[in-house]
Design a protein around this ligand. Structure first.
Ligand SMILES: NC(=O)c1ccc[n+]([C@@H]2O[C@H](COP(=O)([O-])OP(=O)(O)OC[C@H]3O[C@@H](n4cnc5c(N)ncnc54)[C@H](OP(=O)(O)O)[C@@H]3O)[C@@H](O)[C@H]2O)c1
Length: 268
């Protein structure tokens, strides 16, 4: 039966990539609607991740990726974009919907690996997911994914075109930029006044981003928060590196948009 015809609690959900975001999504799905036996997890095999999964009591849910792709109604992909370059799957179950959470990897490229039953999501960082303050964009819009994300506490944003994913992605990176800006003593109040009109989505996420930055008990806690949001080689990292150098939020945001476009171009 296609996933959109099932109750959320009957869905079988696969998580490919069990890092900062993948394991957070697995936990929030379980908390919100998903019985543990309906969850399948695949990762590359690092000992660190194995231990984290053990700590969450989810070791029995780990399966080889081929098994996940045959068993799941919906498979979420949370690996790094650079890991997708040589990513392959050999078997795909009937009706499975693939949902890529990878920043910057375009639909054209996803379709080559997963077929046409695929959509993209972009979510805010793991901490906002745990705080129940997370934002998500879905493109193209998909009703069952919208239901899953809404049930899991996300506020979905409707995008009109795929290009807007670049701006949304940069917008949800802003909390990490604000934490670094505070550490460096950079003013973020007036930082985005001169944004290009095309960046309206980033402006919309600006107030949300200011609201979700937690209060930290120590510098180490703040650094850890930023680290978990900054996937190496990704868009948050590009924003942070630029901010550190330029000390200008607007320039850092533009570097983030450029990074997202560059990642996409690599896959076209
Ligand atoms: N972190 C964020 O705040 C955030 C926000 C929005 C979107 N994203 C997107 O989410 C994705 C994951 O980011 P992350 O920060 O969670 O990365 P991460 O912590 O580095 O996790 C990546 C995971 O992918 C696994 N992996 C790598 N190659 C694989 C393969 N071929 N098959 C199965 N699993 C594989 C890794 O396995 P091992 O553990 O064994 O190495 C690891 O568990 C990225 O594409 C990023 O753009 C992240």
């Amino acid at each position: 039966m296609p996933p959109e015809k099932k109750k959320l609690s009957d869905l079988k959900i696969g998580i490919i990539g069990a890092g900062h975001l993948g394991l957070t999504m697995a936990q929030v799905f379980i908390k919100s609607f998903l019985p543990v036996p309906n969850l399948f997890i695949s990762f590359k095999g690092s000992l660190h991740t194995k231990k984290l999964i053990e700590g969450l009591g989810l070791s029995d849910q780990v399966v080889p990726i081929e098994e996940l792709c045959m068993a799941a109604d919906i498979a979420f992909i949370f690996i790094r974009p650079q890991s997708f370059i040589d990513f392959k799957i050999t078997s795909i179950g009937a009706n499975i919907l693939f949902v890529s959470g990878m920043a910057g990897v375009p639909l054209t490229s996803l379709e080559k690996t997963f077929g046409r039953n695929v959509c993209r999501i972009m979510t805010s960082g793991p901490d906002t997911v745990r705080q129940n303050k997370a934002m998500a964009a879905i493109y193209p819009f998909n009703e069952v994914i919208n239901r899953i994300l809404t049930e899991s506490g996300f506020t979905p944003m409707i995008l009109n075109e795929e290009r807007e994913m670049h701006y949304f992605t940069v917008g949800v990176c802003l909390p990490a930029a604000f934490v670094l800006a505070k550490k460096l003593g950079i003013d973020v109040e007036s930082g985005l006044e001169d944004l290009k009109p095309g960046y309206a989505i980033i402006r919309q996420l600006y107030l949300w981003a200011k609201d979700v930055v937690p209060v930290f008990n120590s510098g180490g806690e703040a650094d850890d928060y930023v680290r978990k949001m900054a996937t190496p080689g990704g868009i948050t990292e590009a924003i942070l590196i630029n901010l550190q150098k330029s000390r200008d939020l607007l320039q850092a945001v533009e570097a983030g948009v450029e990074r997202s476009i560059t990642i996409s171009a690599r896959f076209e």
